[in-house]
Design a protein. Structure first.
Length: 152
């Protein structure tokens, strides 16, 4: 499993939160996408927070969807994975949910993105599951789970 997150560089401190998710899930790989990165000297700002062994993608897209799509592309090329918002801590029982889902790619977030690409909403075990079509990702669905992941 690839565990991934995305964030603007000015929220680099949230990678400390993300490391808690690494401890819970123990992924095979870790991917981080950082937006608003426009100067190589910004690596100094990231270095204290970057998880060891994480692959890092940086750019100045000024758009969280661009970061998300880069992570979706990475995950779909290399296996299965989970994208977690940088400020979300998964519940300790999340690995059990991951095994039950049998989804190759999904996204866990605290609150839903209101967007026209949401094509279906399901309720699974007390969790809202939004089926969203990401732009330019082959028009496949990505499962987006919303809920209070920090309780558990």
């Amino acid at each position: 499993m690839i565990l991934a997150t995305y964030l603007p560089i000015f929220r680099a401190h949230e990678l400390q939160i993300f490391q808690k998710n690494m401890e819970i899930l123990r992924p095979d790989q870790v991917a981080v996408c950082v937006d608003y990165f426009f100067d190589e000297r910004q690596h100094d700002m990231l270095r204290p927070y970057l998880p060891p062994g994480a692959s890092l993608t940086v750019g100045n897209w000024r758009n969280r969807t661009s970061c998300l799509l880069r992570l979706v592309d990475t995950i779909t090329k290399e296996g299965d994975g989970l994208v977690v918002d940088s400020d979300v801590v998964l519940a300790g029982r999340f690995p059990d949910l991951d095994r039950m889902l049998e989804e190759p790619l999904y996204h866990a977030a605290e609150s839903p993105w209101r967007h026209k690409r949401i094509v279906r909403v399901e309720r699974r075990g007390g969790v809202d599951v939004y089926n969203r079509i990401p732009a330019s990702a082959g028009r496949r669905f990505i499962k987006v789970f919303y809920g209070r992941w920090g309780h558990g």
